[in-house]
Design a protein around this ligand. Structure first.
Ligand SMILES: [Zn+2]
Ligand SMILES: [Zn+2]
Length: 234
């Protein structure tokens, strides 16, 4: 695993195919249908891509005392098993919010909630932002809201609250434009989530005055000064 962006095997750029191809995962050798391979033809499945990273997310969150989801995200993103982009972010956003929410006085069983987040976020596929129009960082906020309200498809008031939370994050993420950046989308979903929780549940997480990205050098498609988190914008 030499590269923190692009292909995990050789570091080449990822290619998005017009049609799905049948390929074997480089690590587990299982067969998958995908539109995403590297220029050299390597494929790593979502599960192999994110397994170690997701375990790192959960163990970090169980120890954290922080009430600041952005601080938690930044600390987790420094872990070598968290890549520049990847489906581990679909667990990370909700896990950071659950942790900050619990530390800020939110009434949840954090350990149980994180287990649930790991299962739900782990099911959400990579690339959904571009293929389905629903970025996984925003959906991760929806999963977080569902967990803290114990919502199900039969819920009434909370059913509305959780769906409206996801769309608010999607709107903020969409307004910034692409190409995708899992860091930018995660920061945006977490900031939206912290505001939304204060509005709807009265729990106040800590939020920094300015969010500054430390990872832009690893992103070949960084928006640069058009990104709200790019350092020294002024
Ligand atoms: Zn490769
Ligand atoms: Zn695999």
């Amino acid at each position: 695993m030499t590269s923190k962006n692009g292909c995990l095997i050789c570091g080449s750029e990822l290619t998005y195919l017009d049609e799905e191809a049948e390929v074997n995962c480089y690590f587990c050798n299982k067969t998958f249908k995908t539109k995403t391979i590297c220029d050299e033809g390597h494929y790593v499945c979502d599960s192999c891509h994110s397994k170690e990273g997701i375990d790192a997310i959960i163990s970090y969150c169980l120890e954290s005392k922080s009430k600041d989801p952005i601080f938690i995200l930044n600390e987790i993103m420094e872990n070598p098993f968290i890549y520049m982009h990847g489906p581990e972010h679909h667990v990370m956003v909700g896990a950071a919010l659950l942790t900050a929410y619990a530390n800020a006085g939110g009434d949840i069983n954090l350990e149980k909630a994180l287990k649930d987040m790991k299962i739900r976020g782990g099911q959400y596929p990579g690339g959904s932002c571009g293929f389905w129009g629903t970025c996984g960082a925003a959906v991760s906020l929806g999963m977080f809201l569902s967990i803290i309200t114990q919502s199900t498809p039969l819920s009434t008031e909370s059913w509305g609250i959780i769906n409206r939370g996801t769309v608010r994050a999607l709107d903020e993420i969409g307004k910034l434009g692409g190409p995708r950046c899992c860091k930018r989308n995660s920061f945006t979903a977490a900031l939206t989530g912290a505001d939304y929780v204060l509005e709807n549940f009265g729990v106040k997480m800590d939020i920094p005055d300015q969010v500054t990205c430390r990872f832009f050098r690893n992103n070949r498609q960084c928006l640069g000064k058009r990104c709200p988190y790019f350092p020294n914008k002024n």
